[in-house]
Design a protein around this ligand. Sequence first.
Ligand code: KG4
Ligand code: ZN
Length: 332
Amino acid sequence: MSTILAIESSCDDTSAAICTQGRVVCNVIANQTVHRQYGGVVPELASRAHMQNILPVVQQALHKAGLAPQQLDAIAFTQAPGLIGALLVGSSFAKSMALALQKPLIAVHHMQAHVLANLISQPQPSFPFLCLTVSGGHTQIVLCHSPLSMEVLGQTIDDAAGEAFDKIAKLLGLPYPGGPLIDLNAATGQPEFVFAEPQVPDLNFSFSGLKTSVLYFLQKQERLNPAFVAQNLSNLCASVQHTIVSILLKKLKKAAEQTGIKQVCLAGGVSANSGLRTAFEQLGLQQGWQTYVPAFEYCTDNAAMIAITAHYKFEAQEFSALSASPSPRAQW
Ligand code: KG4
Ligand code: ZN
């Protein structure tokens, strides 16, 4: 029996979760609202907020699980990728606990954890499976052979899908983070504006061109009608969402065809998008896939996904030295 405390602090959510023998017992998340007024995450403010939140969040997780720190078998933390100052808060806290309690330390890769969020609840995909991980910082198609063996088949060469949602939302005058607001407005609109999809080879993605073409389109329309955005907000949101979803799913379909795999998952914050979820389910039915999407609280950044990944690492006895340093880059 292993009981693991996991800490996630890679961006703007401070989270602590506990899992016992691969079952998530609790998942506490403190969101940082301070960034909204700046239209994006301010790294320095994120680090400070993590410093304020981390102790109460960990204490709450232990309280919810009804555990004393001495009952933990290991302490896990997000090692990479992320904002370095934010990662340092979580990793230093985890190391201090591991040292004080004399328990093993487990370093977890945030992107692997997003994929393994699909193993938290039932039903679960069987191996090998494909996962489209779409978040504010990353867009990847991952081939998952086993919990600790994954291969990136394709990824964005510039902006991430969530970044595209947020940056285009900003062009439309929506506050940060704009992705959920595009989703909300798209529900009452039609995708009547057509934006060109980028031609990127292999299974890679590009989203920076879409942002630029929306910008030029809006500038042109607003010269003719200054109220264009206000008058067409729902249709603009539906069109942008339709284009992003189409770019994502075309590559996912290609990956499934190339690998012959029919177990297909979504992961990451953008998998909360209703247009993506619906189109993914429809494509899955059409292609004869078995499709999986984690519960919403495990799609956006959370420590439960770090805990489940740490569970597999614990089983494999993959522990880290106290000198394991966090890294802003995404090496696997
Ligand atoms: O995985 P996540 O919580 O954090 C990162 O690791 O980046 O993803 C956050 C991203 C943001 O870009 C946010 O706008 C986007 O997920 N997002 C959405 C929706 N909910 C969250 N994008 C589109 N539609 C949504 N419903
Ligand atoms: Zn993430």
